[in-house]
Write a protein of this length. Sequence first.
Length: 318
Amino acid sequence: MSFLSSLMNALPGAAAQGLAWGIMAIGVYITFRILDVADLTVDGSLATGGAVCVMLIRGGFNPWLALLCAMLAGMLAGFITGLFHTRCGIPAILAGILTQLALYSINLRIMDSKANQALSVDKYPLLLSQRYVRELSLKNPLPLLLIFTVAVIAALYWFFGTEKGSSLRATGANPNMARAQGINTNSNIVLGLMLSNGLVALSGALLAQYQGSSDINMGRGAIVIGLAAVIIGEVIFGKVFMNFGLKLFAVSIGAIIYYIVLQIVLQLGLNTNDLKLITALIVAIFLAIPYWKSKMFRHKVQPQSCLLYTSPSPRDRG
């Protein structure tokens, strides 16, 4: 009973974290699935969003304006990665690593050369805080995070239905054909990276307000969590959610499932120092599930196909 009660107490926090990280995972989905680009800027741009948001709120700015500025800072980081890739000829994965490396120093400068900056809900007018995650009140962060998620999915659904959004999807699906149709694939790649990292930075800003601080290492391993959410959403809902908007929603649900699984594992008594190991195992398992399912299906179908397509023996012909 103690295990179940502690797990139930941890579920609201897991859901809130899943929703906040789910916005970041949607950004990862844009580069990973739509653009087909391996972007590692995520680990840096998430911390950039958190740093910009926290420092602006500490400076007396409105928290909504701080969220907007954090998103713009993330878009700028994506723009730099895009320029490295399209204008300098640097492979996308290396371009992301270079930007991520540079962002470490930039984030330190944003946070006044400190590795951590606190943001107390008692001193500043935050939009959300983990202090109220178990309360049945308007201060509970879950409704606001859900509204943010729905708004992001609705905006992306509209954008990717426009001519520009369709050309961006065509760039990821078949760049050679897109260029043959007169589409500027380089500008679309830069736009996609800006959009992706803008969402990642927005997620970082929400997380910073939720946890009450920004940390220079808060984005470490973010790309793994984002990929985990994408893969979990595809494995569980891939055959059910065929609509583009529902696919984005599945990514957000995947992030929530990831954090719920993480809480279950932690409630079983595993050491918190093993979080990265647990994360790697969770991602590996969900990545392997489609392969295992295809292997099982192939083994079941093979005997039937042999019976259907085996040629008759000479005795049968006679």
